[in-house]
Design a protein. Sequence first.
Length: 759
Amino acid sequence: MRPTAHRTWCSNIVRIAPIWLSLTAVPAGAAEDFDFRAPPTPTDRAAAAAVSDLAARLIPVYQDPDPERYLANLSALQLAVGEFAAADISRQSLRERRRKSDFGHPVSRAMVFDIYAHAKALEIENKVTFAEAFAVSYRETIRRLVDRDAFAVTRWLGASPLLYRDALQRAFDQDRANDSIEESEAIELIWKYAAFDAYRSFGAMVVLLNAEDDRRRYTTDSGILLQTPDGASIPVTVIRPSSPGKPLPALLEVTGRDAATYAKECAAHGYAGVVAYTAEKRRSSAGIDPFEFTGADARQVIDWIAKQSWNDGRVGMYGDGYGGYASWAAAKRLPAALKAIATSVAFAPGVSFPMAGNIYQNAAYGWSLQMTDSARADDPVEDAQQWPALNEKWYRSGRSYRDLGRLHGKRNPVFIRWLNHPSYDAYWQNFIPDGKQFAHIMIPVLTMSGYYAASEPGDLYYYTQHHRFNPHANHTLLIGPYDEGMLRVGASASLRGYQVDSTALIDFRELRYQWFNHVFKEAALPALLSDSINYEVMGANEWRHAPSLEAMADGSLRYFLEGAASGANHRLSLHKRTKDAFVGQTTSLTDRKDAAWTPPADLISKSLVPRHGAIFVSDPLSKPATVNGSFTGRLDFAVNKMDMDLNISLYELLPSGDYLRLFAPTYEIRASYAQDRAHRHLLKAGERQTLSFKSERITSRRLLPGSRIAVVLGVGKRPDREINYGTGGDVSEESIADGRIPLKIQWYNDSYVDIPVHK
């Protein structure tokens, strides 16, 4: 048996599907192997027989010193062999044991199997159809639960059967080359089959049963249209408990996507859940900016909510991405009824979207089309194919960035308007709070973000500006090893090849409700949010808390960029050389052989291949160090152009030789805006000069002795980004004709980066 089998399986179950979080495989140890030949597919006729035969051979020999794990795994074996009454009894015994240890937490994902096993037992005992038996088992279980617990269980029951089919298919494919399987892996496989078999059996029934339970618990008002002063309509849906007893605080999300499930979740937690959708497309030949009316529309909805009999006059807002932006847009002119906002990976127009570091990103073109073109049908498959193709087409063409829409064949005046404002000027500043408005935001704010989230700079902008202009701001930040997807659907044990610490596996939505309960219902503040900054230290498997971003670190390591005498990598040195030297770099701005390039997804890699850049690596650390916060630096250089786009990445080079990204995506900055995002300061072509920078990203990672720090310093030239040819003119109007002369840089050894550390 592989010594890491149990740990690997636990990681996989979190990634595969929510149901696996409640199940545990047998611990690693001596065990026999069992003959097993994987069937071709989960739906193959031989699959049920093969898994049943394997389970039948396991039952007589299976043992486990942990009674709860034994009963859970035994029930899966019994389900696989068709001993449904026995499986039902095993799960009843398991519930009795867990009821004592899980006091205060009456539901878990294991309840899905409780309902299923009981239904299979009733089917045989009462000689009824499975549909009839499942309906009885469902109602017996769900109706005794309070709204919050019922919502959780019905959401787990409503997961797509395809999720479990695909997980089982991967397991079969992995085992196909072997003629045998060892015990813990066999139990893992049987659990996957049990989940697949259960969900394909009841999947179609759950929709109607969940709807029936919803009608009993909630009052739903959909089809509400609020008329705006300019004649547009704001569609609104309200879901609230059927018998609240008294007016309730409301939780509002303003969004462009279907979010009725979130409104129901709010109702399940004792709030009036309100969803306001982006207003019916306003007609304009110049195009309507998706950010233009958001704040006013949100405030109108808030004022409407406060006048309803079911509301107690208090409204909280929440959302991610565009919904997160909407919360801040509403708070720009704070409505009296708005009492709290909770956001994650929020758009910050002009800061993190549609550009980052003042560099426009192609993804913003597609998003703006989706938000402004009422005739466009959303097709995820089509989107996944067309945007990379457009990136490559534009990159190969060498045409100006303003021609992106022409190449796609879609007129997009909104995107062109954005390109007309490359600086963070009054146009962008009008969308979110400014200094005085931040100063007047006295309501509690919760921001959740991730070291691997593209919108992290936007979240940090809102946090820092709020505290800058309001020193007494009640604004809390939670951040850890997450990307946008995890912050939306929940943390998982594996993120693009990186194994996330167990302490970081939190339920963001439940934490948000706990925080709202603290604000609106006088509940205790969640312990995880005990200070202004709450961050997970990767590699240390612990949360730490600090009163400010600056307080995360109590020192720094200054590394100078030093050229290598030989070899591919240059050096990061703790000591500056007295003699001037430089690392030369030449980048062709016309070469398009890399048109099909896409950024690597994995956070861990065996090697680094710098793209239009150089790698600088430190000596091994002699003692542990925790990288905490935002790195800064100063570049001493000479360049032959009046501008350039830079990107800087930090890695931990592990003793194993693997490179782990300390944050992602790469920190990108247009050199002419490094000093001030609102005003452009061109470079001095042909002269030696310096440029100071402060990363708009933070991270936290415990580095052990033997690890090294690696810095990748490169020039931005990507198919999915605006390309800066260095003329000093409007970058969006530059074309490949402006790049005939290659970009040449000399990085002098006075250049350095400061890595913040907590000793």
